[in-house]
Design a protein around this ligand. Structure first.
Ligand code: ATR
Length: 271
């Protein structure tokens, strides 16, 4: 593809962003669908200036990542229902100078679970941060019931009461033992590279009839997933949520539902 005077600009705003796989997968899709567009990584602490720049130089769309997903709500022109409820925006569309905020994480989280059924299921969500908010909103939206399991009671309780679920402390071994879990979802960074031996959930309480999902994708097979698989659990790794949230962003920007395998191949062929 030739970059010329008509090339549209997209990007990710965050800090750090140099590890981001966003440029790899979005540029692969732009090329595949013959879009005259590029996607770059912008490492910035100043989200207000970044947002102003989007209007000034007509950046068509952006991904928003750590640490700006919440603070960006104060700087954009409109926010869709899901992003408002979650309190976080991960996607911006520049609609002729009006910046519209969306959250594609929650749909991406539930997509791999939907064929397995969420309605009426007892879902245990580990963590109470930004990712947990999106996952909880998604589960609630699909009429699953949920328990928040978190290290810090204040944040855990807050999230549980916000969406109408129960809270259990990660320190309360007895309460964890008594949990009836159909679907277990880790949203914490526990088990992520380089501390890959760590697990966010006491492995002795895994049962073979649980579906176990981890949103970590580095490594793809966390210790939690490996142990769950060994027990016979159905497991879902973090790649699907990562790819589906990116695919939903691409759709918002281009109106094209991209083939996920293009993104997967871009990741595999890296180097
Ligand atoms: P994100 O936006 O990616 O969800 P976050 O908002 O920083 O990141 O939230 C991280 C979550 O992982 C929090 O729920 C955090 O627990 P606390 O509320 O107790 O801080 C959880 N977390 C992070 N490190 C953890 C650890 N070592 N053990 C248990 N929970 C941890």
């Amino acid at each position: 593809m030739t970059i010329d005077a008509y090339t549209a600009l997209y990007g990710v705003f965050g800090n750090p962003v140099r590890h981001s796989k966003g440029p790899l997968i979005h540029n692969a899709c732009f090329q595949h669908y013959h879009k005259n567009a590029v996607y770059l990584a912008f490492e910035t602490d100043n989200i207000k200036s970044a947002v102003d720049a989007m209007k000034t130089v007509d950046i068509k769309g952006a991904s928003i990542t750590i640490p700006h997903k919440s603070s960006i709500l104060d700087h954009i022109d409109s926010v869709d229902q899901g992003a408002q409820a979650i309190g976080a925006v991960n996607t911006i569309v520049n609609n002729n100078g009006r910046l519209m905020g969306y959250n594609t994480d929650w749909k991406a989280a539930i997509l791999p679970l939907t064929p397995l059924g969420i309605k009426g299921k007892k879902v245990c969500i580990i963590g109470a941060g930004g990712a947990a908010q999106a996952v909880t909103y998604g589960i609630k939206n699909e009429k699953g019931s949920f328990t928040i399991l978190n290290r810090t009671s204040e944040t855990g309780q807050l999230l549980a009461s916000k969406f109408g679920g129960q809270f259990v402390s990660l320190q309360d071994d007895e309460a964890i033992a008594g949990l009836d879990i159909d679907i277990l979802i880790n949203t914490t960074p526990v088990g992520m590279y380089p501390k890959t031996d760590a697990t966010p959930f006491p492995l002795k309480y895994l049962r073979s009839d649980m579906i176990v999902m981890d949103i970590i994708y580095n490594p793809l097979q966390t210790t939690l997933l490996t142990q769950a698989k060994n027990m016979g659990c159905k497991t879902i790794n973090g790649l699907s949520m990562f790819l589906y949230q990116a695919a939903a962003q691409f759709k918002l920007w281009t109106d094209i539902n991209p083939d996920i395998t293009i993104m997967k191949e871009a990741l595999t062929n890296e180097h």
